[in-house]
Design a protein around this ligand. Structure first.
Ligand code: CMP
Length: 534
């Protein structure tokens, strides 16, 4: 018993298909031309032999039912006898030969009856799909089949025309066939130049029949070809349909052109990177085992890229891969915002992102394909430590918090490694933040003020890495602050014109290259006494 998926069986089907095609071409030719009788006899033997053998092969091939291969001989035989057997038997009978022998004068009838191997072609489509379906686009196969049927009909009609119109000009076989084929094509395509016309009633009736056939075929071909060509790339036609619909909506809503451009660019990216398919939606209907296998296959790229996965166990990878959702971000998108609560982490499959401080002024790192982010908020239950911005189009895989926590609980090794990295990253950020803080000048605290003659002298603590100090005072009469000194290089100045009658308020701040520090608390100096004491 053969298995229905057996490779030998597929090769045999290919051979039967080839012999059937040969038979339907050769038999009509042998009816209208005087082919060598040994050649015809050999052909008939081959056709007969292969067709009979095919019947035997069918009786010995199991079939697929409800997910199981049935190989029980009686079940196989019953199924075949109830189905294709009779057609295969009829196709295998050498009717043409028998008729030629018994009724040599009934030419037309003989022609029609001897075409019985054509019956075998009825299931040639199924055979062709079985042989090439997995490898070749089904729409292309249908197109090939359509062209084959058109050419076959043209061939049969040409031979029929030669049979009934004879060879009045006494042409050789090849020119005679070419002329008949030319007549057939002009008639079937409804062109009908009229250079070859029927003579007598019989030929006229034949031509009427062929013209009707041509008209029918013409409509069928036009309809079919348009449909087939549209379906050759079904993903592309669906994608184009979706894009047209979106663009119509954007125009209707008067969305600004730059935004429309961005949306179109996003769709082009979706097309280039994944043929417009939404992978998770495609997998949704599959049973869990199949879904895991397909998900593993699809996500193999990301698994190979992420070093963290390379040492992980099969089970862990399975668990993670099943829960990864693909998401796309466009250049400049904020994927994660510092300070927010986090509900997911991301693995980068394609593209790169910047890790930025909350004010987006400092870049902590750039992460690329194979790296991940967003784990700190999930692991340490704290707000996002950084903002993540897409540098270009990014293909990411998102892992939700619940799934992440389940994985962490079940796989302590993995948890430990990811924790280490999270701590390291957190420490890095804290270090950078600390060093940034030290760049801000400290507040001036320790100010001493005294009268020296009519002037006021101010001294304060010294500040590191400084550009200069600024000192302001409050004009007692107006209440406004004004500069006393804008560019003091030493931590002391003298105000030569303090208000002699009222107390004066001063404030001081330090300036570094990174900017100014905070103003000090006001220091008040009373009006100078007559004897110049503070
Ligand atoms: P999370 O705090 O959840 O969100 C921001 C993410 O940026 C953070 O998790 C880390 O994954 C990532 N991140 C923070 N600091 C660094 C760093 N120094 N280098 C690389 N990535 C970082």
């Amino acid at each position: 018993m053969f298995h229905s998926e057996n490779k030998l069986r597929t090769s045999w089907d290919s051979l039967v298909l080839a012999v059937t095609v040969f038979a339907v071409i050769e038999i009509p030719l042998s009816m209208v031309f005087d082919l060598s009788s040994t050649l015809v006899a050999a052909a008939v033997r081959i056709i007969l032999g292969v067709f009979v053998a095919d019947i035997l092969v069918h009786f010995n091939t199991g079939f697929y039912r409800l997910g199981k291969t049935v190989v029980k001989r009686s079940a196989v035989a019953l199924r075949y006898l109830k189905g294709w057997f009779w057609l295969d038997l009829l196709a295998a009978l050498p009717i043409g030969l028998a008729l030629k022998y018994f009724v040599p004068s009934a030419a037309t009838l003989l022609f029609l009856l001897s075409l019985n191997p054509l019956l075998k072609l009825i299931h040639s489509g199924t055979t062709l799909y079985r042989i090439g379906g997995a490898r070749v686009n089904p729409a292309i196969l249908r197109l090939v089949l359509l062209v084959f049927w058109i050419l076959l009909v043209a061939h049969l009609v040409s031979c029929g025309w030669i049979l009934i119109s004879g060879n009045p000009q006494g042409l050789a076989s090849v020119p005679l066939y070419i002329r008949a084929f030319y007549w057939t094509i002009t008639t079937l395509t409804t062109i009908g130049y009229g250079d070859i016309t029927p003579q007598g009633e019989f030929q006229t009736v034949f031509v009427i029949f062929i013209e009707l056939l041509g008209a029918g075929m013409y409509g069928m071909i036009i309809g079919n070809i348009a449909n087939l060509i549209a379906n050759i790339d079904i993903a592309k036609s669906q994608y184009k349909g979706r894009l047209d619909k979106i663009n119509a909506f954007l125009n209707y809503r008067n969305i600004p052109h730059p935004l429309q451009r961005k949306i179109n660019d996003y769709y082009s990216y979706l097309w280039e990177s994944r043929r417009g398919y939404d992978e998770s939606a495609v997998l949704q209907d599959l049973p869990i085992a199949l879904k895991t296998t397909v998900a593993l296959q699809i996500n193999r790229g990301i698994i190979e890229k992420v070093p963290l996965f390379q040492t992980a166990s099969e089970d862990l990878i399975r668990e993670i891969v099943l829960n990864l959702n693909p998401v796309v971000f466009t250049p400049g998108d904020m994927i994660v915002t510092a300070g927010e609560v986090g509900f997911e982490m991301y693995f980068i499959s394609q593209g790169s992102v910047d890790v930025l401080s909350a004010d987006e002024q400092t870049a902590y790192a750039t992460l690329t394909a194979g790296q991940f982010f967003g784990e700190i908020a999930l692991l340490l239950s704290m707000p996002r430590t950084a903002t993540i911005r897409a540098r270009e189009y990014c293909d990411l895989y998102r892992l939700e918090k619940d799934n992440f926590e389940r994985v962490i609980q079940h796989y302590p090794d993995f948890a430990e490694r990811i924790n280490e990295l999270a701590e390291k990253r957190k420490a890095e950020i804290e270090e950078i933040q600390k060093s940034k803080e030290s760049e801000i000048p400290e507040k001036i605290e320790d100010i001493q003020a005294e009268h020296t003659g009519n002037a006021v002298n101010l001294r304060w603590n010294w500040v590191r890495d400084l550009r200069h100090y600024e000192v302001i005072k409050r004009i007692p009469t107006t209440g406004k602050w004004t500069y006393v000194e804008k560019n003091a290089l030493e931590p002391n100045i003298t105000d030569p014109n303090p208000d002699p009658d009222r107390s004066t308020m001063y404030r001081i701040r330090a300036i570094k290259t990174t900017g100014p520090g905070a103003w000090s608390k006001p220091v008040v100096i009373e009006a100078a006494p007559e004897e110049s004491e503070t």
